[in-house]
Design a protein around this ligand. Structure first.
Ligand code: GDP
Length: 298
């Protein structure tokens, strides 16, 4: 992901190398090129507009610094703006004062929720927590088994309805799961929910009902970074239908253009908290805006 954007940005910025001073025309031309690079990477238009306005304004007003030449100054400005649109500071999980902390996962089918549940469980366990996974995706055939498999890989307990029991009642399973966690001293509960291939009212309602039954401390909207511009609409629909406190970007290992990843924070106002970069449970980390920006700038 981001290879094309990275290449485009480095070639735009390398055109500035060797310039003693940037004229307004240089700044305009550079801003135009950056705009094209961002749009080609599928970054949402409002995000591109804010980005370009900020770069232009800062480049025009830039103090002539003895330490940085003009090209380096523009690179720094672009880097700072990338960090800003990605959310600035790293946002950490908020744990409940009275355990268990409940983390609800929401997103479309195929976004990577069930895989993420395993990744989060493994990561939480490594941090000394005793997580419980709760299988509330009763829609997709095999979702419960898949959660049991990732739970086993992560070495954590999975709370799932008995076959033939509770199959139609994900809200009841969620509630029972949280109760089970409290009884068995699990301090974090990760609730996997059903997704559909597209946004639909029934799915939103189910996720909202599970939310109301479990009072989550965090609701993570899981979004496949490969789906491009659709990610923005999907995020807005989930924001309105369920609400969320953070975003998890999945499939950042893909070769899509990555604009979704660069747009979702500014569009939804919620922080990107984690990133998934592969199918294995270890392919996962806390999202750091500054590291992502440096990766993009190469
Ligand atoms: P869910 O329907 O939201 O629960 O999605 P799943 O967890 O079942 O994931 C859908 C598919 O995407 C599976 O084949 C996963 O192995 C795959 N997947 C999940 N996360 C990633 C990721 O970060 N990178 C890649 N390449 N594949 C992923």
């Amino acid at each position: 992901m981001f290879e094309t954007l990275s290449d485009r940005l480095s070639s735009v910025l390398s055109n500035l190398r060797g310039k003693g001073r940037l004229s307004p025309a240089d700044i305009d031309a550079t801003a135009r090129e950056i705009r094209i690079a961002l749009l080609e990477a599928d970054v949402a238009l409002p995000v591109v507009r804010t980005f370009i306005a900020a770069v232009k304004q800062k480049a025009t007003g830039a103090e002539v610094s003895a330490a940085l030449n003009p090209a380096q100054q523009v690179i720094k400005i672009v880097n700072d703006e990338l960090i800003a649109i990605l959310g600035g500071e790293t946002r950490r999980l908020q744990f409940a004062k009275n355990p268990p902390t409940v983390i609800l996962l929401a997103g479309l089918q195929g976004a990577g929720k069930t895989t993420l549940a395993g990744k989060l469980a493994r990561w939480l366990k490594a941090q000394g927590h005793a997580p419980l996974l709760v299988a509330c995706d009763l829609q997709r055939p095999n979702a419960v088994t898949q959660l049991q498999v990732v739970g086993e890989q992560a070495g954590v307990t999975v709370f799932a309805p008995e076959p033939g029991n509770g199959v139609g009642d994900p809200v009841g399973v969620a509630r029972d799961g949280v109760r089970f966690a409290r009884e068995k001293q699990h301090d974090v509960v990760v609730v996997d929910t059903a997704g559909r291939l597209g946004v639909d009212a029934e799915m939103m309602q189910q996720a909202a009902d599970i939310r109301d039954a479990t009072s989550p401390d965090e609701i993570l909207f899981v979004v496949d970074a490969m789906i491009g511009q659709d990610a923005v609409q999907t995020a807005e629909a989930f924001k309105a239908g369920v609400g969320f406190t953070g975003v998890v970007l999945t499939k950042l290992d893909g070769d899509a253009r990555g604009g979704a990843a660069l747009s979702v924070r500014q569009i939804t106002g919620e922080p990107i908290m984690f990133a998934s970069t592969g199918e294995k449970l270890a392919d996962f980390d806390v999202f750091h805006p500054d590291r992502m920006a440096s990766r993009i700038l190469g």
